[in-house]
Design a protein. Structure first.
Length: 391
């Protein structure tokens, strides 16, 4: 009788152990929400490709647990981003959201994540309020807050002795914000402040006005296809040979394959570049090029770091994602080797990091790429952190 009871107990324990093991191997679901169609699709694709590269390198697991990625196209529309995030949370039961390519859709996803107490690890877009009074215990931004990444260009313009700068950008909230940041950080005079419709492709009238103003330099924010058109027309107008161009958006890595020699010598800024000198970045760039046949952009780099962050948090909590406080603490610790080198989170869950001035140059294969010229901002935080009530 005792032997029989022992056998039954042993069998029950074995079955329970087997069920627990099966449950423990249920995949952790990650929702990717990004721009995957239209002119801005290359940015979202780079984010997605870097995320999948990292997961592939880990054998399909994070923290030793299988992961499943479910992606949604936010189409650069906040209402679509909201629907996508809600679907991923309610129907797919994701534990993390990531991607968040542009500011308007990133803000929309962040709100849905916060309302549902799901962690959002954004790898590009953000708005000022997300770093300040609207900061969230559930939102972590891996890229940058716009103030220092644009402000460093204003400081560079001062260092170069530019006294008069013309500014151009698209007429929407982010365009206005970027130009305003440059204006606040530049000590000289703004010769022109021109805003163009989002759909405008011909900048000839604006370039004629800039030429007549005779500025020492030009600052622009034109993302995606707008940037390609603007830089080409800037060169064709003759301004490219006479007036230095400082740009955000227009000279990102997704545009350079189309621009090539048209962009050489122009200036931009970022907290990462393909030639960032640390072992983890060299390994990342090599692996990304081998898999996808192109130079990774900053969108890929920040997304790769987002994947590393999620992995580090899952590892720290041993796969127990029910304890939200423990997961939050693990994310805040940022215990991973960033491709940027120096990286840590501020109280507002935005990075404290270095910001570099980059010049467009050619690599050893003759391709245009963003190369570090100088690093004016070291270990820089954004000014909105002081408004964030989180400790």
């Amino acid at each position: 009788m005792k032997a029989f009871s022992f056998s039954r107990v042993a069998a029950t324990l074995a079955l329970a152990s087997s069920c627990f093991a099966a449950q423990a191997q249920e995949p952790i679901k990650i929702g990717f929400v990004g721009e995957l169609s239209g002119p801005q699709a290359p940015l979202g694709q780079d984010q997605y490709d870097a995320l999948m590269l990292y997961i592939e390198q880990q054998g399909g697991k994070m923290g030793g647990v299988p992961v499943e990625v479910i992606r949604e196209d936010s189409q650069l529309k906040p209402d679509i981003a909201v629907q996508a995030a809600q679907k991923l949370i309610e129907n797919n039961k994701v534990s993390f959201l990531t991607g968040m390519t542009f500011a308007p859709t990133a803000a929309a996803v962040a709100k849905v994540a916060t309302d549902n107490k799901v962690f959002a690890i954004g790898s590009n877009g953000s708005v000022n309020d997300m770093a300040g009074k609207g900061c969230s215990p559930y939102v972590f931004i891996m890229s940058f807050q716009p103030e220092p990444v644009v402000g460093v260009l204003g400081e560079y313009a001062d260092q170069k002795g530019y006294k008069r700068v013309s500014m151009l950008g698209p007429n929407y909230v982010t365009g206005k914000n970027f130009l305003d940041i440059f204006k606040r950080n530049f000590k000289g005079t703004i010769a022109d402040e021109l805003y163009t419709p989002m759909a405008q492709q011909d900048f000839s009238a604006e370039l004629l006005q800039v030429a007549s103003s005779k500025p020492d330099a030009v600052f622009v924010f034109y993302p995606g296809g707008l940037g390609i058109n603007f830089v080409r027309q800037y060169q064709q107008s003759g301004l490219g040979k006479e007036v230095p161009l400082l740009a955000q958006g227009a000279l990102d890595g997704t545009n350079l394959p189309a621009l090539q020699d048209s962009a050489l010598g122009f200036i931009t800024a970022a907290s990462w570049a393909p030639d960032s000198d640390n072992p983890q970045n060299k390994a990342f760039v090599k692996a990304f090029e081998e898999k996808y046949g192109r130079i990774p952009t900053m969108f890929a780099a920040y997304s790769y770091d987002a994947a590393q962050l999620i992995d580090s948090a899952i590892t720290k909590v041993k796969g127990n994602l029910e304890d939200k406080d423990a997961v939050r603490a693990a994310l805040k610790a940022a215990d991973f080797p960033s491709v940027r080198g120096s990286f840590r989170f501020n109280n507002n869950h935005f990075p404290i990091q270095d910001y570099h001035i980059l010049q467009i140059a050619k690599d050893d294969k003759g391709r245009a790429y963003r190369s570090i010229l100088t690093t004016p901002f070291k270990d820089r935080e954004d000014p909105f952190a002081k408004q964030c009530p989180m400790a």
